[in-house]
Ligand binder design. Structure first.
Ligand code: PBG
Length: 332
């Protein structure tokens, strides 16, 4: 690009900011409901379909409620929902077997949504934490998170989700080698067209706290996830992880959390050009929702935060604000 320097007053930048019509014409990024993935918390534990205290405006839903949310997404032009199960504590075990039960909550919700609203893409979470007595994303032996044994479990889980009709699998566990193993199993199992959105650059973040409340993993979790999730200090490592996951067969990649990591989003998009997503996580949601709820910030802050992901190179954003943002953007 050759910069043309027209000195003042030949160039007055404010000319193109004078009215909305001109601003619209020259806007470099746009946000639409179509860029959003709406994460939903699902439960079948009696009484657990209740508001999540640390996420004002978010509630756990029954399977029926999740179907209604998917219908709402369709009305609002939101293309996809992502399911996170709040599992009955009685079903949590050290071997996490409920994770690949074809009849588990998540798989039942996938089937119910795909039966009612087939045009909505349903994404699922591939990680063991909702089913794990230990609250970790991987199998634990003697206090160590096992990698290769976990990958075998994730493959079983992924196949059960694909059987249930999931359109997008979201491995969020950060074990090494899981994308290649899941991709190979999907090919061998007749699920060639199931997409993988890899949580490729997922950081060990304090911003996940409210999510762990929502899925009931906070109580079980001992210690932290720093031996598998990334160090927030690292950037080059994120690019190496994205390269690895794309090479292993991920169709799309994610950076998580979102706003504090926009530099990573931009670097990933520029380096690979692959479909790139960011997860505006529960803690980011909690901060914004609380400040807007108290009247400390105006509601436009929500749309601004989402537009910034687009400017940073993201194709889309997972956000709990999805329906509210879609309404603010003028959808039905
Ligand atoms: C766990 C998982 C987490 C989130 C999505 N999947 C939490 C964690 O890694 O502890 C966080 C999402 C959010 O905070 O909104 N597999």
């Amino acid at each position: 690009m050759t910069p043309i320097h027209a000195p003042f007053p030949a160039r007055r930048f404010r000319r193109l900011r004078r009215m909305a019509a001109l601003r619209d014409l020259v806007a470099e990024s746009r946000l639409s409901a179509r860029d959003l993935i709406w994460p939903l918390f699902v439960t079948d534990v009696a009484g657990a379909d209740a508001p999540v205290a640390s996420m004002p405006g978010v509630a756990r839903l029954t399977v029926e409620g999740a179907v209604r949310a998917a219908e709402e997404a369709a009305r609002l032009g939101i293309p996809a929902v992502c399911l996170f199960p709040y599992t009955d504590p009685a079903l949590k075990t050290a071997d996490c077997a409920e994770a690949w039960n074809p009849e588990n909550l998540s798989n039942r919700a996938v089937r119910a949504i795909k039966a009612a609203v087939p045009e909505i893409a349903v994404m699922t979470d591939v990680a063991l934490d909702p089913y794990n007595l230990h609250g970790h994303d991987g199998l634990v032996r003697d206090g160590v998170i096992l990698n290769d044994e976990t990958v075998e479990a994730l493959v079983r889980m992924a196949l059960a989700q694909a059987e249930a009709g999931a359109d997008i699998l979201g491995p969020s566990d950060m074990m090494d080698g899981r994308i290649g193993a899941i991709r190979a199993a999907l090919e061998a199992g007749g699920h060639r067209d199931v997409a993988i959105l890899s949580y490729a650059a997922k950081y060990a973040s304090a911003f996940y706290g409210p999510f762990r409340d929502a899925v009931g993993a906070a109580g079980a979790l001992k210690g932290d996830k720093k031996t598998y999730q990334m160090d927030p200090a690292n950037r080059a490592e994120a690019l190496r992880l994205v390269a690895r996951d794309l090479a292993e067969g991920a169709d799309m990649v994610m950076v998580k959390p979102g706003l504090p990591y926009l530099d990573i989003c931009r670097a990933v998009k520029d380096a690979f050009g692959a479909p790139t997503f960011a997860y505006q996580v529960s803690g980011e949601y909690a901060m914004l929702a609380a400040a807007v709820g108290k009247g400390w910030l105006r509601e436009e802050a929500i749309l601004e935060s989402l537009l910034c992901f687009r400017r940073a190179g993201c194709d889309g954003i997972l956000t709990y604000f999805a329906p509210r943002a879609a309404r603010l953007l003028g959808a039905a």
